[in-house]
Design a protein around this ligand. Structure first.
Ligand SMILES: [Zn+2]
Length: 74
């Protein structure tokens, strides 16, 4: 089974760990679990910023439809 990036739909997806994948096209990391897909943006400091499935309005380059989650207290 070949995964596709949930953000941009590219097939250029690498595997980081069992359920951890990385998109070479839009540079997001995502996990695929039983409950669904979670997408993360990799911040400059290397931390993962969770993205939420947004509306049809793409925000920023590469995040096609996924946007940064509102982080409480930031
Ligand atoms: Zn992608």
């Amino acid at each position: 089974m070949k995964l596709r990036c949930p953000s941009c739909g590219a097939r250029e997806v690498g595997r980081l760990a069992a359920a951890h994948h990385y998109c070479w096209r839009c540079f997001v990391e995502f996990t695929v679990g039983e409950t669904g897909v979670e997408v993360f943006e990799i911040a400059e400091d290397g931390s993962l910023v969770p993205l939420e499935p947004g509306d049809s309005r793409p925000v920023g380059v590469g995040t096609g439809g996924w946007r940064k989650a509102a982080l409480p207290g930031r």
